[in-house]
Design a protein. Structure first.
Length: 470
């Protein structure tokens, strides 16, 4: 177990040790050779942490003289710029004759620079980089011991650079001693070529700026289509090419412009957002449709999630024997087009909304038929046929053929479609009526028994027969 843990720890430490370090942008200043001594080709020294290096490609002088030059020597300085700078190099010569040297400025891949950042100075061997020509400058040094500063004519922009010098003769004592980088100052930058918006929400979006490197970017956004001019102040700024805009209003169309900035006096023209505008998403909430009693009916909304200020239709469907009465709504800021019309229209507020339908009784339709069966001397069974399906009935039976009126009290009630009448008189004709009931004020008309009447059977009597057994 200890061996396994040790192996895992070793692997973890190796993994941590090999993680790439972050290059550091070279700042303005003078970087001297000093007494740095690099003992072999393809090795390097570090003059500024993760920023300025000396790379030995071939012949390399030791001591304080500098980097010795010859006709094929590419040893020199490697550095990383994120802003524009000017370049000058100090050269020392001790020669009996005048000498012409050439100062070379070339670019290298970022991967080469990263290998120097990740390596160990004067220990890690680094393969020679691929050089891309950027420019050069020739300079003649007079004979004798003298030192001269050579200024490169062009401004260096952001990138990875390799600076070195060569001498026409290989036997002279000519050396590179130091390099000086100075801020180039500002010029008016080019305008961004494109600006796009993505990942838009109800309160923000992310802008992506397609532009050359600049110190910063001014961003102007508005709900008005009026474009900014040179004097318009930015709504916000960014030092990177992506910018998250936050705190925007939902369901709103915005116009956006961006410009590149070097300093307060050097700004590009404005570039409009691709497509001119973007629109934030709405703030949405849920709609719940319910009833005061699900036994009476149902309620439903066309849309169950809608934006603030948007509308949806809500409909109540009463069951047979019931009727729609009214609507009520709860939820901050929500409202209904009518509380009495069905369907109604909900306008969403700033919170979830609940719309409640209230149902009440309607006058039910009368039963379509009433029959009597299984009649005995003391009772019968009534069967009700009812389209209203109220399952609540009043029954009136009598030996008189006089039909009941609306106000007539029932002689029996039933909560089902069958009802057993008991306690009747034998050999008696009965008239029967039934009506459907929702509540005390909502009752149908009376429906008479099919055939109008039924007659109970005769009662059994004792014949009075006496049997004597001997």
């Amino acid at each position: 177990m200890r061996k396994i843990l040790l192996t895992l720890l070793t692997t973890l430490l190796c993994s941590i040790g090999t993680q790439a370090e972050t290059p550091t942008a070279t700042t303005a200043g003078t970087y001297s050779f000093g007494s740095t001594n690099i003992g072999a080709s393809n090795k390097f020294g570090e003059l500024s942490t993760n920023s300025v290096f000396i790379y030995r490609n071939s012949s390399y002088a030791t001591g304080n003289s500098g980097i010795k030059m010859n006709s094929a020597n590419n040893s020199g300085w490697v550095f990383y710029l994120t802003s524009s700078m000017t370049l000058s190099v100090k050269i020392y010569q001790n020669s009996a004759t005048a000498e012409t040297i050439t100062l070379w400025v070339k670019t290298v891949p970022s991967s080469f620079f990263q290998s120097l950042v990740d390596g160990t100075a004067n220990s890690t061997a680094v393969s020679a980089p691929t050089l891309t020509a950027s420019g050069s400058k020739e300079e003649t040094l007079s004979s004798g011991k003298n030192e001269k500063t050579v200024t490169y004519g062009s401004t260096l922009t952001a990138g990875y650079y390799y600076v070195y010098a060569t001498s026409a003769a290989s036997s002279v004592n000519t050396y590179l001693r130091s390099i000086t980088l100075a801020s180039a100052g500002c010029s008016t930058p080019a305008a961004p070529t494109a600006v796009t918006a993505s990942s838009t929400t109800s309160s923000g979006t992310t802008l992506t700026i397609d532009a050359a490197n600049a110190a910063s970017y001014d961003i102007y956004y508005s709900t008005s289509s009026t474009a900014p001019d040179g004097e318009t102040e930015a709504t916000t700024t960014s030092t990177s090419k992506t910018k998250a805009l936050t705190g925007l209003t939902a369901s709103t169309t915005y116009y956006v412009w961006v410009r590149s900035v070097c300093d307060s006096d050097h700004k590009s023209t404005w570039t409009a957002l691709t497509g001119s505008t973007f629109t934030t998403l709405c703030t949405s909430h849920t709609v719940t449709a319910e009833t005061n009693n699900d036994s009476y009916g149902t309620a439903a909304a066309v849309s169950t999630t809608i934006c603030e200020g948007s509308t949806t239709t809500v409909t109540a469907t009463p069951k047979s024997g019931y009727s729609f009465v009214s609507w009520a709504v709860s939820g901050t800021g929500s409202s209904l087009s009518s509380t009495s019309d069905n369907p109604t229209t909900l306008t969403m507020g700033t919170a979830n909304a609940t719309v409640t339908a209230t149902f009440g009784c309607a006058t039910p339709s009368a039963p379509s038929a009433l029959v009597a069966s299984s009649t005995t001397s003391s009772g019968t069974t009534l069967t009700i046929t009812d389209a209203a399906n109220t399952n609540n009935y009043e029954i009136y039976y009598s030996t008189s053929s006089t039909a009941p009126e609306a106000g007539t009290s029932a002689t029996a009630t039933s909560t089902s479609k069958t009802k057993a009448l008991t306690g009747l008189s034998a050999s008696t004709t009965y008239y029967v009526w039934v009506r459907s009931v929702c509540d005390s004020t909502h009752k149908s008309s009376w429906t008479a028994l099919t055939g109008s009447t039924f007659t109970t059977d005769a009662a059994c009597t004792d014949p009075g027969l006496t049997i004597t057994l001997n």
